[in-house]
Ligand binder design. Structure first.
Ligand code: NAI
Length: 386
C-alpha cells in the first residue's frame, strides 16, 4: 500500500505540540512527512523542515506559499495538519478545504461560532475530511469506555464528571509574563481563557464517551488571579441530550495538579474512572460487584480498544500514541474516501468539524452564563438547534 502524503503548518522547532503530531503521524507508516510551513518566521521554518528531512522545494516559508505549491502538484499532500496559534486556524483550514485538501485542525477549530458553522458547511459541501485534534479521545482505554457505554455495560448514563485542572498558571507573579498574559487577554484569546483552552477537551471527551451532546449549561467562571480579565477557573453544570447530567471543572491555578484530565461516568449498572496521567488503567465498578482494574492491552476488550493498543500490556503508552490513533483513523478515512468505500466503525472515531463547532458554541455559552451569574443557557450551535 502506498503511503499517504502528509503536510504540516505550524509545529516548528521548540513548539509544544509539533513533535507529538510528527510522532503520531509517523507511527504506523501510513503517512510520509512530505511538505510543511512550520514556523511564523519563513527562514526558520524552511530550515527546520529540511532538518526534518523535507525536500527543499517542499519546505515552505508560509502556508500561502505551501498552498500555491501543493495545489498544482500531481503528488500533492493528502492531509494537512494545522498546528498554529488559535486565531489562525479558521483562515488556514478554510483555504485548504476549499482547495480540496483534507485537514486536521488543532483545537479550538475557530474563534467564533459563526466561523465554526462556516467550516462545517465547507466540509459538507466539498466532501473533504475536516478533523479536529481532540487527541485525548485517541487513548485506547477512552475508546474502550465509549464502547462499554455503547454496548450497554453501564445501562443508562446518569452522570458524567470531567476535569481538566492544572496548576501551571498559579503564580500571581507570572501574570505579567508575556507567554502567560495573552491567554487571559480578550483581544488575543477571545471570550474565554481556561475553558476554551482546556475545558473543551474535557467536554469533548465526556460527549465522545457517553455518545451524547450538551444541550444547556450553567457556568461559574472566576479569575482567581484578579489582574486577569478572562477566567482561570470554571465550574460548569450541564444537561446532555440523552438525559445525562454533566459536571465539568477546569482550572489553571490548581497547584499540584499536572495535566489534570480525568473522566468519570456513572450509569445505572456501573461506573468508570479514568485519568490521563495513568492512561493504561481504567477502573470499573459494576453494580453489586467489586472494583476492577481494566489494563490497556488485555485481550479482546473491544474492537475499538484492541485496534488502538500498540505496545504489549504492562508497558506505558502515552499521548503521542493517542495522537497516532487519530492519524490511524484518518488514514482509513482518506483511503475509504478515495475508494468510495465505507469505513470500519471501529476506525471511524476521529473528532469532526461538527465537534469543533459544538465546542465553540459551548465556549460562548460558558462565557455568557459566567457573565450572568450562572444563568442556564443553550449550548448548542444555532445550526444544530431544532
Ligand atoms: P507554540 O506557540 O508552542 O507553537 C506554535 C508554532 O506555530 C511555532 O512553531 C510557530 O512558529 C508556528 N507558527 C505560528 N504562526 C504560524 C503561521 N502563521 N504559519 C506557520 N507557522 C506558524 O504553540 P502550541 O502550544 O504548539 O499550540 C499550537 C496549537 O496547538 C494551539 O492551537 C493549541 O491550542 C493547540 N494545542 C493542542 C493540544 C492538544 O492536545 N490537542 C495541546 C497543546 C496545544
Amino acid at each position: 500500500m502506498t503511503k499517504l502524503r502528509w503536510g504540516m503548518i505550524g509545529g516548528g522547532e521548540g513548539s509544544q505540540i509539533g513533535p507529538a503530531h510528527r510522532l503520531g503521524a509517523g507511527l504506523d507508516g501510513a503517512f510520509e512527512f512530505t511538505a510543511a510551513a512550520l514556523d511564523h518566521r519563513p527562514d526558520a521554518g524552511r530550515a527546520y523542515g529540511q532538518t526534518l528531512g523535507l525536500a527543499a522545494d517542499r519546505s515552505y516559508g508560509d502556508w500561502q506559499e505551501m498552498l500555491a505549491g501543493e495545489r498544482g502538484r500531481h503528488d500533492r499532500i493528502d492531509l494537512v495538519t494545522v498546528a498554529t496559534p488559535n486565531a489562525t486556524h479558521f483562515e488556514i483550514t478554510k483555504a485548504y478545504l476549499e482547495a480540496g485538501f483534507h485537514v486536521l485542525c488543532e483545537k479550538p477549530m475557530t474563534m467564533t461560532v459563526e466561523e465554526g458553522e462556516e467550516i462545517v458547511r465547507i466540509a459538507r459541501t466539498t466532501g473533504q475530511i475536516c478533523a479536529v485534534n481532540y487527541g485525548y479521545s485517541g487513548y485506547s482505554l477512552v475508546r474502550h469506555m465509549r464502547a462499554m457505554v455503547a454496548r450497554g455495560d453501564l445501562g443508562a448514563i446518569r452522570l458524567v464528571k470531567a476535569e481538566f485542572a492544572h496548576g501551571h498558571h498559579a503564580d500571581a507573579a507570572d501574570a505579567d509574563n508575556p507567554r502567560v498574559r495573552w491567554r487571559y487577554d480578550p483581544a488575543q484569546a477571545g471570550v474565554s481563557a481556561q475553558f476554551a483552552d482546556c475545558g473543551i477537551h474535557a467536554l469533548h471527551m465526556a460527549s465522545f464517551v457517553i455518545g451524547q451532546e450538551v444541550e444547556k449549561l450553567s457556568a461559574d467562571t472566576v479569575s482567581c488571579i484578579p489582574s486577569r480579565v478572562l477566567e482561570d477557573d470554571a465550574m460548569v453544570n450541564m444537561r446532555f441530550d440523552g438525559g445525562a447530567v454533566g459536571r465539568l471543572w477546569t482550572s489553571s491555578v490548581a497547584l499540584g495538579r499536572q495535566h489534570g484530565l480525568t473522566l468519570q461516568v456513572f450509569g445505572e449498572k456501573g461506573g468508570l474512572r479514568w485519568s490521563q496521567e495513568q492512561p493504561n488503567q481504567l477502573f470499573w465498578m459494576p453494580l453489586g460487584g467489586r472494583l476492577q482494574t481494566i489494563e490497556r492491552g488485555e485481550a479482546k476488550l473491544s474492537p475499538e480498544a484492541d485496534r488502538t493498543s500498540r505496545v504489549t500490556i504492562g508497558h506505558a503508552e502515552g499521548m503521542p500514541l493517542a495522537f497516532a490513533n487519530i492519524y490511524l483513523d484518518l488514514a482509513a478515512a482518506i483511503r475509504a474516501h478515495a475508494a468510495g468505500h465505507p469505513v470500519d466503525p471501529a476506525a471511524d472515531l476521529y473528532p469532526r468539524a461538527e465537534d469543533g463547532l459544538r465546542s465553540m458554541a459551548a465556549v460562548f455559552a460558558v462565557a455568557a452564563s459566567g457573565r450572568d451569574d450562572g444563568r442556564w443557557v443553550d449550548a448548542r450551535p444555532p445550526m444544530f438547534r431544532g
